[in-house]
Write a protein that binds this ligand. Structure first.
Ligand SMILES: Cc1cc2nc3c(=O)[nH]c(=O)nc-3n(C[C@H](O)[C@H](O)[C@H](O)COP(=O)(O)OP(=O)(O)OC[C@H]3O[C@@H](n4cnc5c(N)ncnc54)[C@H](O)[C@@H]3O)c2cc1C
Length: 300
């Protein structure tokens, strides 16, 4: 199918984009990489009268690494962030997760901010943003505001962003230098949306776990973080991951069954992937590439 008729707006500044969004209200949609929006329009699941195409807006394509965060603008493509060595060194979880987002062709066009604004529970980057206690920088006719990632997601494809607001950038908060991370997911084919996925962040001191958190993909309605410190605190990082961890994950996740997998299967996957991700993250010898602890796992 083809999209319904719309007016294409091509602002060149954030202020112009926001002015148009303010004028057209609920009849407008921001167009970034189009990798989610265009299929939605083509299937006529949405028929907005105005598309505010931000691809010509200057200054939105930068990645800034500071002592505390990796800040990425709304036009940074998944591939651009994935290939950004400074960002991968500052926050290896970014590259670990991005390698699992769709196929390279889609990563070349789709934006990381767009995937967060789209709020698909099967997206990898919303979960990573929440796991890092990240922040969204939004701008609307009333000015700028910051939204904590934990306050942003209301449900599948539903957020607290107002219809006349643009997400200008997001900030992934950096972990402490000693924090080890890993990202694992399982899907039918590499590049497909995950049946289940997990990002973990583990703090180890003197060989003992002192903190552990996990964020999930495709098994919770909104990205949310499970604090595993109560069950893993004091665990010898070289020892097998205790069963209490998988029990805690099974209890925490709330998957839906669909044509691809039953809810029970997704629950099992989430628990097993978490066990493996924790084992990967706490391997005594870090990989030479700090962002290399990623894998597309097949879980029997
Ligand atoms: C075949 C296929 C497989 C895919 N597999 C995966 C996958 O495995 N994992 C995954 O995470 N994603 C996957 N995607 C989606 C991809 O990552 C998209 O690029 C991403 O979800 C949206 O980014 P975009 O820049 O293309 O946004 P668009 O499609 O342009 O926009 C998506 C939505 O976000 C809104 N939006 C975008 N940018 C902003 C902004 N700055 N401010 C406010 N609202 C904004 C739009 O209005 C729209 O509602 C897949 C896509 C395809 C086509």
């Amino acid at each position: 199918m083809k999209p319904g008729p719309f007016v294409h707006h091509a602002p060149t500044t954030v202020d112009e984009a926001v002015a148009v969004l303010g004028e057209v209200g609920h009849d407008g949609k921001v167009l970034a990489g189009g990798q989610s929006l265009i299929p939605v329009l083509s299937m006529r699941l949405a028929t907005p009268g105005h598309l505010v195409d931000i691809n010509g807006v200057a200054g939105l394509d930068a990645v800034h690494v500071t002592d505390t965060a990796v800040r990425i603008g709304a036009l940074v493509r998944h591939a651009g962030l994935e290939q950004h060595d400074e960002a991968a060194t500052a926050l290896p979880l970014l590259r670990q997760a991005l390698r699992n987002v769709a196929h390279p062709a889609i990563r070349n066009r789709g934006t990381t901010v767009g995937s967060i604004a789209h709020a698909d529970p099967a997206g990898e980057m919303p979960s990573v943003l929440v796991l890092t206690d990240g922040v969204l920088e939004a701008v609307g006719p009333g000015g700028r505001r910051e939204i904590a990632a934990t306050d942003f997601f209301l449900g599948p494809l539903e957020t607290t962003l107002a219809e006349d607001e643009l997400v200008e950038a997001v900030r992934f908060t950096r972990f402490a230098p000693a924090t080890r991370t890993a990202f694992l997911e399982s899907s039918r084919r590499h590049g497909d949306y995950a049946l289940a996925g997990v990002a973990v962040a583990v703090d180890v001191a003197d060989g003992v776990v002192v903190g552990a958190r996990a964020g999930f993909v495709s098994v919770t309605p909104v990205p949310s973080v499970l604090d595993l410190t109560p069950v893993l605190g004091g665990w010898d990082a070289g020892a097998p991951v205790p069963d209490e961890v998988t029990d805690a994950v099974r209890e925490f996740v709330d998957p839906e069954g669909d044509i691809h997998a039953t809810a029970d299967y997704r629950r099992m996957l989430a628990a097993e992937l978490t066990r493996r991700a924790l084992a990967t993250a706490t391997q005594p010898t870090p990989a030479a590439d700090p962002a290399s602890t990623t894998a597309h796992e097949s879980v029997a």
